[in-house]
Design a protein around this ligand. Structure first.
Ligand code: NAP
Length: 255
């Protein structure tokens, strides 16, 4: 303590957070900006980007908003170019975008859906990092957002869960590849009531069922996920790489 930086771990840092105009990504962006980062927020729709930028600027935070559908190569390149034009470097990347387009069992999932799951949930992170890598600073940090479902894919989220399992492996592989200058870690959220998981809001039986699977008897919050992500992205985690932090209220994951 006493270094005057408590609560301002990202002063002078530049962060990109994908899929950050609502939900977990928005709260991660807000947290990083609140702790001093210049944060580039993005998602598919201009209107959502504008609204999120307005909300964060109203809180006195330094943010830049850019439209970026993570599986659009041109928009990914534009995201990186505009970030460099405005801020000159990149210190933190949080890869947060994901879709779950179907609740079909794996053996019934159409090829087009399998492709979409792979493209957005896994491949887009790799392609974005390929574009970002030349601009990453020494001491930089990448955080991938996986899911508790990556450990035990459940029947209704099975193939989605498998893409989240892939991110656990990607974390290990990239941590080795990007060391020692860049750390790569992963957050595996439990269940958080967001638009993405609106079944938790609309279906009380499901919500109660999920709550009862946690040890802490509650759903997660976007703030819980933002706090864990900010920790891994910050210098507080400077000796941690290739790790997965499960933030799921004690839901079963692994030993
Ligand atoms: P959310 O509240 O529904 O927010 C999704 C955000 O992603 C929005 O800003 C949306 O804006 C953007 N988005 C959607 N598709 C995109 C794309 N292809 N490219 C760029 N941006 C896109 O979702 P969330 O619950 O926060 O989920 C965020 C992450 O947490 C995901 O990786 C999810 O798998 C993971 N997660 C969530 C839970 C949970 O219970 N909520 C649990 C475990 C893991 P636009 O519509 O403007 O694109």
């Amino acid at each position: 303590m006493g270094n005057g930086k408590i609560g301002k771990r990202f002063e002078g840092k530049v962060a990109i957070v994908t899929a950050s105009t609502q939900g977990i990504g928005f709260e991660i962006a807000r947290r990083l900006a609140f702790e001093g980062a210049s944060v580039v927020i993005s998602s598919r729709r201009q209107r959502n980007v504008d609204e999120a930028v307005e909300k964060l600027k109203a809180q006195g935070l330094e943010v830049l908003g850019i439209v970026c559908h993570v599986s659009n190569a041109q928009q990914r390149k534009n995201l990186v170019e505009k970030t460099i034009q405005k801020y000159g470097k990149i210190d933190v990347v949080v890869s947060n975008a994901a879709v779950n387009p179907s609740v079909d069992s794996i053996l019934k999932t159409k090829e087009s859906v399998l492709d979409k799951l792979w493209d957005i949930n896994v491949k887009a992170s790799v392609l974005l990092l390929q574009d970002v890598a030349p601009h990453l600073q020494k001491g930089s940090s990448v955080v991938l957002i996986s899911s508790i479902e990556g450990y035990n894919p459940s029947s209704l989220l099975a193939m989605y869960g498998v893409t989240k399992t892939a991110l656990l492996g990607l974390t290990k592989a990239l941590a080795a590849e990007m060391a020692p200058d860049t750390r790569v870690n992963c957050v595996a959220p439990g269940f958080v009531p967001t638009h993405f998981a609106d079944f938790l809001v609309t279906n009380e039986a499901i919500r109660k069922g999920v709550e009862s699977k946690t040890l802490l008897n509650r759903l997660g919050t976007t703030e819980d996920m933002a706090a864990a992500t900010a920790f891994l992205a910050s210098d507080d985690a400077s000796y941690i790489t290739g790790e997965i932090l499960v933030v799921a209220g004690g839901m079963p994951s692994r030993l």
